[in-house]
Design a protein. Sequence first.
Lengths: 126, 758
Amino acid sequence: MNKILIVDDEEEIQKLIQIYFSELDVKIYPALTGEGGLEKYAELMKEGNAPDLVIMNLKLPGMDGVETTKRIMKMDSSALIYGFTASFNTDWAEELKREGAKDVIPRTVGFATFREIVKKILEGKI
Amino acid sequence: MRDKNRKYMDIEDVLQDSHELKQMLMESFPNKIFFKNRESVYMFCNSHYAADIGIAPDEIRGKTDYDFHPRDLADKYRTDDQRIIKSGKLEQMEESYRIGDEERTVLTVKTPVRDENGNVIGIMGIFNDITEQKRIEEKLKQSEQKYRTLVETTQEGICIDDKNDNITFTNKAFADMLGYKRDEIIGMNFRELMDKRQISELERQTKMRTEGKSSRYEIILYTKDGKPCNVIVSAAPLVNVDGNYKGSISVNLDITKRKKAEEEREYQKNYFQALFKDSPEGIVSLDDKHNVIDINPALEEMFGYHLKDLQGKEIDDYIIPERFLKEGKEYTKRTLSGKTVKAETIRKRKDGSEIPVSMLGAPIFIGDKEIGSFGIYRDITERKKAEEKIKHLNLVLHAIRNVNQLIAKEKNRGRLLREICDSLIETRGYNSAWIALFDENKKFIASVEAGLGKDFVPLKKLFKRGEMIECGRRALKRSGVVVVKDFSACVDCPLLGKVPSEKEITVRLEHKGKIFGLISVSVPAHLADDKEEHGLFKEVAGDIAFALHDMESEEKHKQAERSLKESEEKFRLLAESTASAIFIYQDDVFKYANPAMERILGHSKDDIIGMKFWDVVHPDDIKTVRERGQLREEKGEVESYLYEFRVITKDGKTKWIDFAGASIIYEGKPAGLGTAYDITERKKAYEEIERVLEQERVFKSKTAHYFFNPIAIAKGYIDLTMDEVPNELKEKLKSARHAIMRVETVVKNVVTKGEVRE
């Protein structure tokens, strides 16, 4: 089972992801802040159970998505991180990619499409 | 007394007995004879003695010498008598003897007279007057002394040999002549002194002596150290009293030196004959009338006459050119008056051609009488040519010096070349000269000439037409001096025939590989091929080319200076009028600032110049500016670096400038050239734009955040619900979802395109 760490401060988004991804054979680890996401990644990594995918929002209370991504990459340079944000077409989104995110998935794609993208990512098709 | 003396016979008794006999005997001797008893008392004497003392013979009895002679003489006689009586031995002595006032010399024999028992009873004196004999002896002695002196002092060697040719006597001269001491040579055989080959001659001579003949002959004797000695021997036989040959006496004259002198004379005679015959100089011997006696081959060759042409004739009539006759006759007159004449002049050959000669005429004397004279002539044609060449080369050197002086002072090309040509012919180094200049495409530029005048015009026209003469073509092709020997190639040359006795030499004017043109001069034909001449000519050409190069460089330099001046003027105008600030700083101090710089800083130009560069740089930007400056210096390139920094103006305000710096050399030292634009206002505008853009970005970001997230959530839940509701409701949800999608599209357009539209 794939493990996905979702770092997003929007609780509704966390919920919807849980619902939509329930069809997938994945284990979701939600984090509402950057710091929480970083802590969770470290914890899992320590257990030898590092997430297979990290979904990262940009705008977060406290540490933003760019800094969180930077630190996770520092912790585990093999981490697979994708952005999932409303600020998808901005310099900020570009900065996220520069720090290690493979790509940024616009919030506007809809959750069903988002689920399909994640599926393909996990399958290694993207 | 008588008894006592009986043992002795009385002399009187003895003599008495033979009185008659005694007297007769004594008188028969020419000698003077007396008898004395043991007491030196006269007993008797002969008449010769009595006559001497002025008495009769019988008057002497009982007398003593004190009766006839002075006391001192009588004492001597008495002493002599007593000594002889005592010794009993005969004595002979020379004594002075006085007869009257005349002192004579006598040889006295006093002998003791004995009795029959052998006892001395008296003394008999017999004496002879040897005054005459002594005189003769003295004369003989003197004669012998003269002879000895003569023998010992004569230069000739005198030698006496015995009949076997053994040397029995020599004088010192003979011994010295052969290097022996006299005692060494005496006893030697004459044969030991000569070469074996001459012994037969000696034997022949000796034979002649034995025959009583004298002779004179020449022979070689050898000195002790083996050197030959030529000797003339005058020999005569010596015979003993019975007329038999006992040897010879010879007078030997050393003629080695004379022989050598004769050989020397012979050598000199031969030498002078050889000298006369083989001398490279013409020699004529003349009699006292100045007519030719003999001439040597060199003189024959020099003047083309044979001895038979001139012998017995006045030489002046043959070899003196008409115009030198007066001079020649004067020389002859001086020679005939015993003076030596040395001169350089011109003489003529048999074929009439003239020949420069140095001549020496000198009289020949025998004693005080001038018996003739001789003349020595040397052909100085080559020397004259060499002198002419040296003179010519000196003139050329003089011309070179003039050329160099002209080059140093004359800076106008045309005038310089003209003056050079004039100088080359003024010094008489060359008879004519021309210089033609051509450009790199061999196009004629200009020409000058000297010594040719109108004759040069056709050549100049030829050059102008772009044509070239043969010597010029060859000189332009190579760097050496071109001498045209074969004028058949010069048919196109307008100067052909204008300088008939001369030759033209031409060389290109070249400096550092650049050919400026040609220089050509006319020289005497015999110097045209002279290497030194060529060397000097090339030197002239090189100096001229150097001057042309120098002028060209000068012109280029002046042009560069003009360009620089123009450039500087342009820069000044540009700098003074441009909106861009321009400034130069050196060692961190401003050296120049333009009006735009004044405007930026608010300082006057005079204030800026001398200010420290870092005083106007904003403190926060000093580090950046230093780093940029160092980078530029370290790279060492004269290139600009463009960046922005802040400056502090006179009133303390901050201004942004857009700065471009470059490293330059200013007044010989490294400096920085800065250009700057005041971008304060632009900077402010940019900041405003940035601010607006940031606002827009924040707006978009917030818009996206605040719209896209709820929309996504709404769409998510609608999609989830869609499958759970009846179709009727499903349609309504679709409408709601569509409405949300419209909002999303508008927001997307706002966020991505800044447009508020669906």
